[in-house]
Design a protein around this ligand. Structure first.
Ligand code: ATP
Ligand code: MG
Length: 562
């Protein structure tokens, strides 16, 4: 049932309201949307908002959503990006079925329609240089000037346009423009370019074409050819809508889609612009499109973010008409929500400090039980090795503790998770005066973590066995930009956070984490956060990426205010 009542969940927004009203009024028998990426980079989380909106609406209202590559600029587009985009949309949980299209599928028809515009006196070939054309376009406050070539006859225009297609002219020598209104208050209507000469091979059409349609010309007509009912795009296209409608009104298109605009996603400490992300990759500021610091879907995936967390985030932020900036904590919140339910608990020590338990017997030690998930008994438990030598987190010890520090310090007793109470007797230092080892004692009566005499400790810390744990590398990712509102403009690299990656090379993890099986599912390192195996993991040396910390430490990490 394709009516407004068909919505099960997901909330309403002004676009869904429009779709519901159109279906109720029987303006369309079914809703058809599309996600139209240009294959000139990897998808980022801003695209995820658009994907969830377009595919989500199709799902909720029983329609369909097309994946259409807007492949009109062969100089910047690559097969690698096409493949990555398809993989990312699937990973996010959406399926276009048979509805995979390309603007290039329509190049021939778009060309024929351009000839129709010429024949109707609504398009002309302009020989002005790009600079002259830019100057003649005018400004927001001044009207533009007619091109000296605007008065060409239909025959002359047709002949020239055909020769453009035949490859007779150099790149940039001429363009085909719509003849609309050089004095229009809307600059997009000042004789926009429909075709440019570009002798570049195209990933799909090869060397067939020497001219390529402009985005504005190709986009709306592709929508019309595919029978798109609601063409949903971001706000910067609002001023293009009159042009979108002009083409539909002046061409024999098989359907009349309508364009609706919503606010693009912006996130604090993040730049969502393919141009900037491309530069970061190209200039080596990050390790690639899937660097876990990147806001790309590939980066988020490598960081361990489940696709459901991204869908939840998109639902949470909603769809509106006014631009805004979403706090990066909202995304982290969605990630924690998703992982808290599923991630198995493990112990890992990121910055190890050795502890010798002096009254614990020498020898093989013992096995203790550790639960895999506190809220899910079905996740079961595992055995962990305890022994005379263990590692704890360096920051869980302070020689001279401040008032509220309840973890280890000389004379203090704490609980070792799943094990015993221990008391610190002495801190051993090296020649430089750094603490390199703690000498502690344990209370054998506290096995499992409780004292029979009812005595309490104020802190429980995690640990791993020195003999049994395995070395690992742990990568902690902080925001890529150190400003809440990085410009993304000229000199944007000044805003990069020099501490965006911290590597802990001497971490120690439970042996179960180094089994070589490299689960794609993140685990929780108790007290530390959520972590996932990086693809660079080997069985000798697991590498973990921190997906997200346990608490909101965001403002602290970048030195800002919370
Ligand atoms: P960028 O601005 O990052 O270069 P783009 O708009 O050039 O992105 P496209 O491949 O053209 O990239 O985008 C495909 C679709 O995704 C478009 O409909 C676009 O409006 C939408 N989109 C791009 N960025 C965002 C964003 N930050 N929030 C929501 N939708 C976005
Ligand atoms: Mg775009």
């Amino acid at each position: 049932m394709a009516t407004g009542e068909a919505i099960a969940e997901g909330g309403r927004d002004f676009i869904r309201d429009i779709v519901a009203a159109d279906l109720d009024a029987k303006r369309h028998s079914t809703v058809v949307t599309r996600f139209p990426p240009e294959p000139n980079g990897y998808l980022h989380i801003g695209h995820a908002k658009s994907i969830c909106l377009n595919f989500g609406i199709a799902e909720e209202f029983g329609g369909r959503c097309h994946l259409r590559f807007d492949d009109t600029n062969p100089t910047r587009e690559e097969q690698e990006y096409i493949d990555a985009i398809e993989a990312d949309v699937r990973w996010l949980g959406f399926d276009w079925g048979r509805n995979l299209f390309h603007a290039s599928d329509y190049f021939e028809r778009l060309y024929e329609w351009a000839e129709l515009l010429i024949e109707a006196g609504k398009a002309y070939v302009d020989d002005q240089s790009p600079d002259a054309m830019r100057i003649a376009r005018g400004t927001l406050t001044e009207p533009g000037k007619n091109s000296p070539f605007r008065g060409r006859t239909v025959e002359e225009n047709l002949a020239l346009f055909r020769r453009m297609r035949a490859g007779e002219f150099e790149n940039g020598a001429r363009v085909l423009r719509a003849k609309i209104d050089m004095a229009s208050g809307n600059i997009n209507l000042r004789d926009p370019v429909l075709y440019r000469i570009l002798k570049a091979p195209h990933p799909r059409t090869g060397t067939t074409w020497s001219i390529y349609p402009s985005y504005d010309y190709a986009h709306g007509q592709s929508d019309a050819i595919e029978g798109i009912t609601h063409s949903i795009c971001t706000l910067e296209f609002e001023d293009h809508r009159p042009l979108y409608d002009w083409f539909l009104a002046n061409l024999p298109v098989p359907s009349k889609p309508r364009q609706y605009e919503f606010a693009r996603l912006n996130i604090t400490y993040t730049v969502l612009s393919k141009r900037v992300l491309t530069t970061l990759v190209r200039d080596g500021h990050v390790k690639g499109w899937d660097d876990p610091r990147m806001p790309t879907l590939a980066g988020l995936r490598r960081r361990g973010v489940p696709p459901g967390a991204i869908r939840d985030f998109v639902k949470r932020i909603g769809v509106a008409k006014a631009n805004s900036v979403v706090d990066a904590n909202v995304l982290d919140f969605s990630i924690r929500e998703a992982l808290n339910k599923t991630a198995l608990r493990r112990m890992a020590v990121l910055r190890p400090l050795k502890v010798v338990i002096e009254n614990y017997p020498e020898g093989p030690g013992e096995e203790l039980d550790a639960v895999n998930h506190p809220d899910n008994p079905e996740a079961g438990s595992r055995k962990i090795k305890f022994g005379r030598e263990i590692y704890i987190e360096r920051e869980d010890f302070m020689e001279v503790p401040p008032k509220k520090f309840f973890r280890l310090s000389p004379g203090m007793e704490v609980r070792l998770r799943y094990a015993y109470f221990i008391t610190c007797r002495e801190a051993v230092k090296n020649a430089a005066g750094e603490v390199v080892e703690l000498r502690c004692t344990y209370d054998p009566a506290t096995r499992g973590g409780n004292a029979p005499d009812g005595r309490k400790v104020k802190a429980t810390i995690h640990w791993v066995s020195a003999a049994d744990s395995r070395p690992a590398e742990v990568r902690i990712y902080n925001p890529l930009f150190s400003k809440p509102d990085p410009t993304g403009g000229e000199g944007f690299t000044d805003d990069l956070n020099p501490q965006s990656l911290e590597v802990m090379r001497d971490a120690r993890v439970e042996p179960i984490l180094a089994s070589g099986s490299n689960s794609p599912d993140p685990v929780q390192f108790e007290r530390q956060g959520y972590f996932v195996h990086d693809p660079e993991s080997t069985s000798d040396r697991p590498v973990f990426n921190r997906t997200v910390g346990l608490r909101d430490t965001f403002a602290k990490e970048v030195g800002g205010k919370s």
